[in-house]
Design a protein around this ligand. Structure first.
Ligand code: SF4
Ligand code: SF4
Length: 298
């Protein structure tokens, strides 16, 4: 039985590929982008999320914790992450839903049963979107899930950073109808600084998918002071205008959603700036000048 770790299933999604989709968020990602809006998707293990604003200070969690990881400090409930074993005892007892374990192990069959529940809404174009986190980081689980979708006549989309072994990507590509492919920065040094990894395999994998004739939508997160320089955008456009199967580029303006989530996970957030309307219009114009289809949003 093949199992995977996921952190969410979003039903009736309309921004994660064509039509109405069921988006499955795989847990774990080899990148650590500064602007990540799903920080709960980065770690490959389960995590404890704490909503301090929901806490009614009943102290139930303190007695529930078998590892003495929760205490009172300066009149607030604090969790010592180093002592937490992610057992979930506090979350099970909290009457205010202020604590939650993020990450659930499911078999491919269990997940497919969830996907099938929405089959009647998919119509011609909708289907499954594997997102994350990075779905390619759980390749066996992803492959089995995609195969089951294809067997059931469900359209498949994979939303990926493109950072994966070439052979892993090649192996799953024949079960993928559409790739939502992130392209963040063309400068290798800056890419490594802001995401933690090299962009070389990402660019090589993109070229490979294009050669294989796969349908690709590029997702470009627009992060002021990080990747908005004309040099980055023109270099990206030069690469993309030489490829044959890029349907369009979607500009994804930075949003602050990840900051609160990171805090709830006990992680440090790196706030970035929201792009101005002027910057968005300028970026759109630059990309259009290369004859590429482009829009704002997913
Ligand atoms: S998840 Fe378990 S170990 Fe962690 S704080 Fe809650 S009860 Fe304690
Ligand atoms: S059990 Fe929940 S509501 Fe009660 S103190 Fe702990 S976190 Fe707050």
């Amino acid at each position: 039985m093949v199992e995977g770790l996921i952190f969410d299933i979003k039903r009736y999604a309309i921004h994660d590929g064509p039509g109405i989709r069921t988006t499955v968020f795989f847990k774990g990602c080899p990148l650590s982008c500064w602007w990540c809006h799903n920080p709960e998707g980065q770690s490959f293990g389960r995590e404890l999320m704490v909503w301090s604003d929901r806490c009614i200070e009943c102290r139930t969690c303190i007695s529930a914790c078998p590892n003495s990881a929760i205490s009172i400090s300066n009149s607030s409930i604090v969790t010592e992450r180093g002592k937490c074993r992610i057992c979930g005892a506090c979350a099970a007892k909290c009457p205010a839903n202020a604590r939650e374990i993020v990450g659930k192990t499911l078999s491919a069959e269990e997940l497919m049963a969830e996907v099938e529940k929405d089959h009647e809404f998919y119509g011609e174009s909708g289907g499954l979107t594997a997102s994350g986190g990075e779905p390619l980081a759980q390749p066996v689980f992803l492959r089995v899930l995609l195969k089951r979708c294809k067997d059931a006549g469900v359209h498949t989309t994979v939303d990926t950073s493109g950072y994966a072994e070439r052979k892993t990507l090649a192996k799953i590509s024949n079960k993928v109808d559409l790739f939502l492919y992130d392209l963040k920065m063309m400068n290798p040094r800056k890419h490594k600084l802001h995401t933690g990894v090299s962009n070389k395999p990402i660019i090589e994998n993109l070229k490979m998918l294009d050669k294989l004739g796969k349908q690709i939508i590029i997702r470009f997160p627009l992060i002021p002071h990080v990747n908005t320089a004309d040099a980055n955008i023109t270099s990206m456009c030069m690469l993309l205008s030489g490829l044959k199967n890029i349907k369009r580029i979607c500009i994804l303006p930075y949003n602050k959603l990840g900051i609160d989530k990171a805090k709830r996970l006990g992680k440090k957030a790196r706030p970035c700036a929201k792009p101005s309307d002027r910057l968005l219009a300028h970026t759109l114009r630059l990309i259009k000048n290369y004859g590429l289809a482009v829009k704002i949003g997913g």
